[in-house]
Design a protein around this ligand. Structure first.
Ligand code: 4NP
Length: 155
């Protein structure tokens, strides 16, 4: 049985697709599966934002074929770890959790680097172009830590 990790943001077109691609690139696919979803329904079925696709490609990662989907209750059963990009996403997921076991699966992603500080991955959607390289570096660093911890625990 693979260990299953879900990355969640609002639209599932900027942050979480990139987080999915970066984390998947750091984990052996025979033991881990990585997916992403959005708490919102604005972009269901769409490919990632071209700026996320471009920064991933620059770093050798292809996220261009991902399709946005909305987070659902079923995800609490289908995934072992759920990472929220910001505090609003975190609360929206927790509000859907059916029980404490489900709630415990959810972590604000940057708390893996800055334990207990509740730092958000800023939403780059309406920001400047240079928000995306900053986003990439942030996700690269935290996904490195997550991948190392997951490999220690599950391999
Ligand atoms: P994401 O960014 O949550 O990182 O995918 C956003 C994308 C779209 C919108 C908001 C955030 N939107 O409002 O359409």
């Amino acid at each position: 049985m693979k260990t299953r990790i879900l990355m969640v943001c609002l639209g599932n077109i900027c942050r979480s697709p990139l987080a999915e691609g970066i984390l998947a690139s750091k984990l052996p696919s025979q033991h881990f599966s990585v997916d992403s979803a959005g708490t919102g329904d604005y972009h269901i079925g769409k490919n990632p934002d071209p700026r996320s696709i471009a920064i991933a490609k620059l770093n050798g990662i292809d996220i261009s074929t991902q399709k946005a989907r909305q987070f659902s209750n079923q995800d609490f059963e289908n995934f072992d770890y759920i990472y929220a990009m910001d505090g609003t996403n975190y609360q929206d997921i927790i509000d859907l959790a059916p029980n404490g076991t489900a709630e415990k699966k959810v972590t604000l992603i940057l708390n893996e680097l800055f334990d207990g500080e509740n730092v958000d991955v800023p939403d780059p959607y309406f920001g400047l172009e240079n928000g995306f390289p900053i986003l990439y570096d942030m996700l690269e660093e935290v996904c490195d830590t997550i991948a190392e911890n997951l490999k220690k625990k599950h391999l």
